[in-house]
Design a protein around this ligand. Sequence first.
Ligand SMILES: [Zn+2]
Length: 239
Amino acid sequence: MNLLILSRATEAVRPCAYGDTEIAHCNKLLNLIEPHLKRCGAACVRTPAGLSPAACAHFSNLQYMMHSAKHPGAQVFHYACHTQDQNSAAFQAVASGWGAYIFGSENRESPGGRRMAEILWEHQKQLYPHFFMVLPTDAYVELRKTRAPAVIEQIIFHDNPLDALWLHKHLPEIAENKARALCEISGVEWVAPGEKAKTWYTVQVGTYQSFACARAAEKELADAGFAGNIVKKRLTKKP
Ligand SMILES: [Zn+2]
């Protein structure tokens, strides 16, 4: 089972045009995202409140080690939920758009981080079809030091009053949108609220090297009242 690490916004308090802060509205979103992930059966863990970005990376790496030891072969993904600001009076109130930072430089980037960013944008653009940018960078300790593929998502510009208003008026929709993306990232099937995931079992009766033998076995089953189907695979070893 794969693990999602949900990292809180940890920057110094940055005011949001709606009246709260980046930390506050990102936490509200994570509070809404987590129940969706749990309903879908996606394993997730949230960074404790008040950690610095370096401490978030350290927390993530401990989770990575523990999860990998317990579930060999499982993957871990680090998702940091943020919003951004233009930090310039000249641009204030006009900047709008979505962004994601992944680890890398001009010539090299984290493929896992790129995949996470693309899945997040594929979902976000259904709600918010504005400017977008994925930026590989080595400037952030949370991307540099985490062992898991990582992304810092910047959902909106919180110093743009229109962006901030949009976020605050659509928290449940945005949370569901993020949860869908995170399920896809983690390889977990999305289960809509109110819908129950079903468990299915498939019975396999045999493996044959000739189609005629497979067909004969299928016919024998059909005669006995069991529907079957033949799957063809080219492999070097018997599965
Ligand atoms: Zn806000």
